[in-house]
Design a protein around this ligand. Structure first.
Ligand code: F6R
Length: 613
């Protein structure tokens, strides 16, 4: 939700800011803006994408070796030029970019208005820059101290960068609940919401901790303090492992398509070095230290949002089946506000691609208060959830840039499958011989996904046949019920077609009323245990003239004889079918969205990283 980037050094700031904003556009694309100082302060902002800003600044003065930039996902105030960041103080001295929400902005605004401040925008952010100005002017403070003092009066979430035209050799950045990374280059600093705008310039970074403020200076010096106590912190400088190729489309039309095709590799990366089929073991680095706590947990609570929540639902089936441990899967946003019963014998698993989802972070804090062990399953290295969990494992899927999550889902399911197998083994429910067999099969999954990807052309054809319908139904059972939910979410978010996912047998309790010749029904029929039941569900749909698109195991001629379209996937153990069955659903939604002329990677109203409630 909003991306921020800033540069201070010897190079021209503008191209660095623009490229950085383009990398951060997945965080929001309602408006974009930059402020540059080159003797004069220039602020350019425009509703729309970074490209609109670039067109707007054509032929304008964009010189300067210091600057800040922002790409917005609107919360307070509609997306327009006026509400776009950076925001400027009334004396025109300070400019500020912000990601987050200032919750007490109305109170602060009223107080500032009494002191004579007038506001141009409807944003919460503008209040903050006026507050800093007020303290700076009244107390005669240097910019770093004025920002720090202002933040002690703020309630809410923020990552900010502030530039002062009277001190063009300094940038001030701070964070609370929204991410901010400081890149330390040779004679230069970069500040950004994540490492992607930084990687080309330096690999040395500091991930600011919550409630920290950083002051960076042109002479190469910097300091980090905590906001409330004003004490100097000793920062941990990390070496980035990210490669630039991971941030580019690599010949694909969209990041989403690239990311779908990366899945054989990302799943192999997720498993690499963590298991040995011949010896029948799984070792998840982050788990070893807490083995006893997990093995003896009385319950697992899984908290997540969106696609990550769907991965959690798959895990519920896996943990209960393999490790015989009770599991509850919760939307993080509900969990945090409903006084849940949590004990210190529970283990809370938080799942998140970005590692920055505000609701999931808040659920983690709540679980920690009750003494539960929190285990994070995260993709984004160094993210807030990764750092705030007691223990955890990365899924190693690499940057996911398409707003619709694909490879992160299969990475999360792979990691959770390994966790469930490990726990099942340690709790004595999986004998070694079965463990070896299951691991051998799991090892085959990347290769089998490679095979599933060959249905791409067939999915394109089916998409051309169903792209104009207004609704779709996705059905699955058991392990594949969450996959049906995920398929429906993928279609909704990128093609704007209304879709619902249901457990197949639940259809007759309501949704069947919707079925007629205009309703495509995508049915996942790869389950062995409930095969006959799914066949009956297909017949129920056909009897009402619905169009059936069936995902079946290779060689299934029975369902072929009744479905309108059949997509075959290789056979695997039923436990692992979600990893294969989701791929055609991802491809169908992708092709339908492209054919409907939608922007697949940046669907309307969405942002990749939901850092606000
Ligand atoms: C859907 C999607 C979202 C995210 C959700 C949680 O394609 O991407 O539903 O899954 O916003 O995000 P993370 O996993 O970053 O916590």
């Amino acid at each position: 939700m909003c991306g921020i980037v800033a540069y201070l050094g010897k190079k021209e700031a503008f191209p660095i800011l623009i490229k950085g904003l383009q990398r951060l556009e997945y965080r929001g694309y309602d408006s974009a803006g930059v402020a540059l100082f080159n003797g004069d302060l220039h602020v350019y902002k425009k509703k729309g994408k970074v490209q609109d800003l670039l067109d707007f600044t054509d032929e304008k003065n964009t010189d300067g070796t210091i600057g800040i930039g922002h790409t917005r996902w609107a919360t307070h105030g509609k997306p327009d030029d006026l509400n776009a960041h950076p925001h400027t103080s009334s004396n025109g001295r300070l400019v500020l970019v912000h990601n987050g929400i200032i919750e007490n902005y109305a109170t602060l605004k009223a107080a500032l208005e009494k002191l004579g401040h007038t506001f141009k925008s409807q944003t919460d952010t503008e209040v903050l820059v006026h507050l800093i100005e007020e303290l700076q002017e009244r107390e005669g403070l240097p910019i770093g101290e004025a920002v720090r003092l202002a933040l002690t009066k703020v309630i809410g979430a923020y990552a900010i960068v502030v530039m002062d035209r009277k001190d063009p050799n300094t940038l001030v950045a701070a964070r609370k609940q929204s991410p901010l990374v400081v890149g330390i280059g040779r004679d230069e600093f970069l500040l950004a919401s994540d490492a992607t705008p930084i990687i080309e310039h330096t690999k040395q970074v500091i991930y600011l901790n919550d409630s920290e403020i950083a002051v960076v200076r042109r002479n190469g010096s910097y300091e980090i303090r905590n906001i409330m106590e004003n004490q100097i912190q000793d920062p941990f400088i990390q070496q980035l492992e990210l490669e630039i190729e991971a941030l580019e489309k690599g010949g694909f039309d969209y990041f989403m398509l690239k990311e779908i095709h990366e899945q054989p590799k990302t799943i192999a990366d997720c498993m690499r070095g963590r298991m040995n089929a011949d010896e029948g073991w799984i070792r998840l680095g982050g788990l070893e230290e807490y083995t006893n706590r997990l093995v003896n947990a009385q319950r697992l609570l899984i908290v997540a949002c969106g696609t990550s929540w769907h991965a959690g639902l798959v895990a519920e089936y896996l943990f209960e089946e393999l490790a015989r441990i009770p599991v509850e899967v919760e939307y993080a946003s509900e969990f945090r506000y409903r006084n849940p019963v949590i004990t210190d014998k529970d283990v809370v698993i938080a799942i998140s691609q970005s590692g920055e989802t505000a609701d999931t972070l808040a659920a983690i804090e709540l679980a920690k208060e009750y003494g539960a062990l929190v285990y994070g399953i995260v993709n984004s290295v160094g993210s807030s959830i990764a750092r705030t969990s007691h223990a955890g494992s990365y899924i190693h899927a690499g940057p996911e840039i398409g707003v619709a999550s694909t490879k992160a889902f299969t990475g999360q399911v792979t990691l959770l499958t390994m966790m469930a197998l490990s726990l099942g083994f340690k709790r004595g429910y999986i004998p070694k011989s079965r463990m070896q067999l299951l691991l051998r099969e799991l090892e085959q999954v990347p290769q089998k996904i490679e095979q599933v990807l060959k249905v791409n052309e067939q999915c394109r054809y089916i998409s051309s046949e169903i792209k104009d319908f207004h609704n779709a139904l996705y059905l699955g059972r058991g392990f594949n019920f969450p996959v049906a939910l995920e398929g429906a979410l993928k279609l909704k978010e990128i093609s704007y077609i209304h879709a619902e996912g249901y457990p197949a047998a639940e259809m007759k309790h309501g949704p069947i009323a919707l079925i007629d010749e205009n309703m495509p029904v995508i049915v996942i029929c790869t389950n062995k245990s409930a095969y006959e039941k799914i066949v009956s569900n297909i017949q129920e749909v056909k009897a009402r003239k619905g169009q059936v698109i069936a995902i079946v195991n290779e060689g299934d001629t029975h369902i072929r004889s009744m479905a309108d379209y059949v997509i075959e996937i290789p056979d695997t153990d039923e436990l692992f079918t979600p990893l294969l069955s989701v791929i055609p659903l991802q491809l169908l939604s992708y092709h339908i969205a492209v054919m409907r002329g939608c922007n697949v990677d940046q669907p309307r109203n969405l942002a990749k990283s939901v850092t606000v409630e």
